[in-house]
Design a protein around this ligand. Structure first.
Ligand code: FES
Length: 109
């Protein structure tokens, strides 16, 4: 299976260029801005980049465990399932199904 194949996977980011604790903001045609994460366990996750509380870019936030803390008002979200875990954030962020294919983080959706 190759990235950008007929199964609908789209390449988002090179895994080797992702650092644990340093999310990356990515723009792809037809999708909202994305935030790409590599966690300490080596897993990679892709979420919407825009905080649901305001318009902050979550890729500018702070990773702790499997959560991202928004840089504006310290709301938090789980990057694995998108749920809001700390106020003032209450609405989940979108999480994209992600897989590593040929060394690249890929998403469907
Ligand atoms: Fe993210 Fe307010 S904009 S918590």
């Amino acid at each position: 299976m190759a990235a950008d194949d007929a199964d609908g996977w789209r390449a988002v980011y090179e895994v080797d260029f992702l650092e644990v604790g340093t999310p990356q903001r990515v723009l792809l045609d037809g999708l909202p801005p994305l935030a790409v994460f590599k966690l300490a366990d080596g897993s990679c996750h892709v979420t919407a980049d825009t905080c649901t509380h305001g318009e902050a870019s979550l890729a500018d936030g702070f990773v702790e465990g499997d959560e991202i803390e928004c840089p504006w008002h310290s709301g938090r979200f789980c990057v694995r399932d998108g749920r809001a875990t700390a106020m003032p954030a209450t609405e989940a962020i979108r999480v994209f199904p992600a897989s590593v294919i040929d060394g690249r983080v890929c998403i469907r959706g």
